[in-house]
Structure formats: structure tokens, C-alpha cells
Design a protein around this ligand. Structure first.
Ligand SMILES: Cc1cc2nc3c(=O)[nH]c(=O)nc-3n(C[C@H](O)[C@H](O)[C@H](O)COP(=O)(O)OP(=O)(O)OC[C@H]3O[C@@H](n4cnc5c(N)ncnc54)[C@H](O)[C@@H]3O)c2cc1C
Length: 346
């Protein structure tokens, strides 16, 4: 039997680690290059919702992750400047877990399965070579459609929540609150037409909301854990088509979904799962690299196209004050509209 070809993965985030674990379960040799190290905080609302949970279960990882400071989120409330929604029951519960624990657990599992994880190495990603998968996260766009986007996250104690998940809309952004195990994730996405002010210097203002807003009320007594503070800029939410990329990519490197849906982690797990079998065939010499790349791109495009478009539309609507209040009124009158939006964006 010919030797198995090694798969190299650039990026040890959720997509890269899940793919690495899946390939190691099939005894494929894998090297992951990760620019950072573990544990580390990431900008993320930190709730996994949608099919990603099934993917993790199939890979035998879900129980393992549930045991690492995870809790189920079952309810959500939406707040605009004018109106607040009723408490909505999530059609499927989400798994709320800090990325500090999640990424580290997956990294441990990859190493335990015999994978070669090289931390603190930034691997050049150009040009993409045969056998190399890009799982290096979002592609950087300093300006997207005239907007500069910024994501911020911090953990806090003494934040008063009405539901497991909350979304507070502000004039040019939103702040999500998610109850984690013992603390609350406070995560915001903001946009600006002009260069963004120093994000790290102004983070408290970004999270405090207008003086009389619901957000200000919820965070009035908050004790923020500054060690968990992190930021990310250069985001773009234009749905990508995998076939245009002409490389093998998974997770945000394939396409970033508008974060408002809380489905990016799920897409990272799902796209990794899609890539496992074609990469196994390539490693065994049964499929060309070009064929492998095309198959993964086609399957990812098919799985995510509709979801990416709906999420992009939904995020645009939520950034429009009248449309966002209209949407909240709609779900207040017709909770089934919320269920339909929830299910179709994941
Ligand atoms: C504001 C905001 C809120 C969000 N909230 C949620 C949420 O609540 N729920 C949800 O499901 N999703 C959410 N997401 C999305 C989610 O965080 C991402 O979709 C997910 O992390 C993507 O995983 P990934 O593995 O593709 O990328 P990443 O997690 O970004 O991992 C990429 C890795 O690649 C490494 N890397 C990059 N370049 C190189 C290189 N050249 N060499 C070596 N290593 C490299 C990086 O260090 C990083 O570790 C949110 C995103 C934002 C911006």
C-alpha cells in the first residue's frame, strides 16, 4: 500500500482543529500550523447553534466539550432602541461555551489523536500548495461596501440578563450578551464610515450603550474581566463562493457568515466535516488534489449558500433602525417567524 500523503492545515482555530481531529480518526498524517497558542480568548459571542452540534456529536467530540464548562442556552430576547421582543424559545438549544476552553480542548484532542500541532508559527499561505488546507480564519477587508467593521469581546460578572441570549441593537452596531458558565460573554459588532477610533481604549463606551438604553441597564453593575478583552477588525460579510477561491479552504477562510446569527462556529465544524472524506481519498492517492479541492468547494457552497445570503440580509435589516424594530414587532406577533428565521440561518 503506498504511503499516505500528509495534510497540512494552516490555522488551528475551530475549523482547522476539527478537520485535523477528523483526519486523525482515519489515521491520516496531519500537521497544523497555528500562529498563536492556547488557551486564548477570541472575539466571539460563544454560543454554538445549529448543525455544528450534530457534527461534533458525529466526531465523538460533543460530550467531551459539554463537560468543559459548557451550558445550554434556550431563550433569547431582542432589544432595539424603541422596542423589546418577548422572550423567544430557541427552536433548538445552543451550546454556550467560552472559546478559552473550547479551542484548548480541541487542541488537546488533536494532539492526543497523534496530530502534529506547531504553535506560534505563522505559515506563509501564498501560493497554496498541494495538500495544504487554508483554515486561517477571515480574509481581511479593511473596508467592505464603504464600512469599517470592528468586533469586541469581554467577559463580565454581575451582568443582569433577562434570557440566556440577548441582542441589544445600537445605532451602528449591536451588543450580544450570552450567559456562560459563571460569567457573561459581552460581544459587540460595530461599523463606521470613518476610520475607527482606538477600539481598545474605548471599549467600555462601546459596551455601555446610550444612558437610558436597555444595555446600559443590564451592564450598570458589570465587573469586566479585562484579561479576556479582545478585538478584531477588517471584517467583511460578502458571501464567498468556494469555487472562485481556487484553493482548499474551510471555516471563515471559506466564507464568513454575518455574526448576528451565531452560526460561524457551526459552519467551521460543518465545513471541516465536509472536507474529511475527500482529503482522506487524496491522502490515499485515490483522488487528485485539483479534484479534491473542487469537491470540497462544491459541497461547501451547496451546504452554505442559502444560509450565507439570508444571514447577510438579516444583518443588513438589523442595522436599519426602522427595519429592525419592524422585525422585532413581527416576531412578537408571530413567534413562528422567529423560528423560521432561526432554522433557515443554520
Ligand atoms: C463579533 C463576532 C461575534 C461572533 N459570534 C459568534 C457566535 O456567537 N457563534 C458562532 O458560532 N460564531 C460567532 N462568530 C464567528 C466565529 O467566531 C467564527 O466563525 C469561527 O471562529 C471561525 O473559525 P475558524 O477556525 O474558521 O477561524 P478562527 O477561529 O479565526 O481560526 C483561525 C486560526 O488561524 C490562525 N492563523 C491565521 N493565519 C495563520 C497563518 N498564516 N499561519 C498559522 N496560523 C494562522 C489564527 O491564529 C487562528 O487561530 C462571531 C464572529 C464575530 C466577528
Amino acid at each position: 500500500m503506498p504511503a499516505l500523503k500528509t495534510i497540512e492545515i494552516i490555522g488551528g482555530g475551530l475549523a482547522g482543529l476539527t478537520l485535523g481531529i477528523g483526519l486523525r480518526q482515519r489515521e491520516i498524517p496531519v500537521v497544523i500550523w497555528e500562529a498563536g497558542s492556547y488557551p486564548r480568548h477570541r472575539v466571539c459571542g460563544e454560543f454554538i447553534s445549529g448543525r455544528g452540534q450534530e457534527t461534533l456529536r458525529r466526531l465523538g467530540l460533543l460530550e467531551h466539550l459539554i463537560s468543559c464548562h459548557a451550558r445550554m442556552a434556550r431563550t433569547a430576547t431582542f432589544f432595539s432602541e424603541q422596542i423589546c421582543s418577548r422572550e423567544m424559545i430557541l427552536p433548538r438549544p445552543a451550546l454556550a461555551v467560552s472559546r478559552l476552553h473550547l479551542d484548548e480542548r480541541l487542541a488537546d484532542e488533536f494532539r492526543r489523536s497523534g496530530g502534529d500541532l506547531r504553535e506560534n508559527v505563522r505559515r506563509s499561505a501564498q501560493p497554496m500548495m498541494e495538500g495544504v488546507v487554508r483554515a486561517s480564519g477571515r480574509r481581511i477587508h479593511p473596508i467592505a461596501n464603504g464600512w469599517r467593521w470592528l468586533g469586541l469581546k469581554v467577559h463580565a460578572q454581575r451582568v443582569c440578563l433577562k434570557s440566556d441570549l440577548e441582542l441589544h441593537l445600537t445605532p451602528d452596531g449591536y451588543v450580544g450578551l450570552c450567559q456562560l458558565d459563571g460569567e457573561v460573554n459581552v460581544c459587540g459588532l460595530f461599523r463606521s464610515r470613518t476610520p475607527l477610533p482606538d477600539a481598545m481604549a474605548n471599549w467600555r463606551r462601546s459596551f455601555s450603550g446610550a444612558p437610558s438604553s436597555s444595555l446600559a441597564g443590564h451592564c450598570a453593575e458589570a465587573l469586566f474581566d479585562e484579561a479576556s478583552l479582545c478585538s478584531v477588525a477588517g471584517l467583511s460579510f460578502q458571501p464567498a463562493s468556494g469555487s472562485e477561491l481556487n484553493e482548499c479552504s474551510v471555516g471563515d477562510a471559506f466564507s464568513m457568515i454575518a455574526p448576528v446569527t451565531g452560526n460561524g462556529m457551526s459552519m467551521a465544524f460543518e465545513s471541516a466535516a465536509i472536507a474529511i472524506e475527500p482529503l482522506q481519498e487524496y491522502s490515499r492517492g485515490k483522488q487528485s488534489w485539483e479534484g479534491t479541492q473542487q469537491l470540497i468547494a462544491r459541497r461547501c457552497s451547496g451546504a452554505f449558500r442559502a444560509r450565507l445570503q439570508l444571514a447577510s440580509w438579516l444583518q443588513k435589516a438589523l442595522f436599519h433602525p426602522r427595519l429592525s424594530s419592524g422585525l422585532i414587532r413581527l416576531v412578537n406577533c408571530f413567534p413562528q417567524a422567529f423560528s423560521a428565521m432561526f432554522m433557515h440561518t443554520r
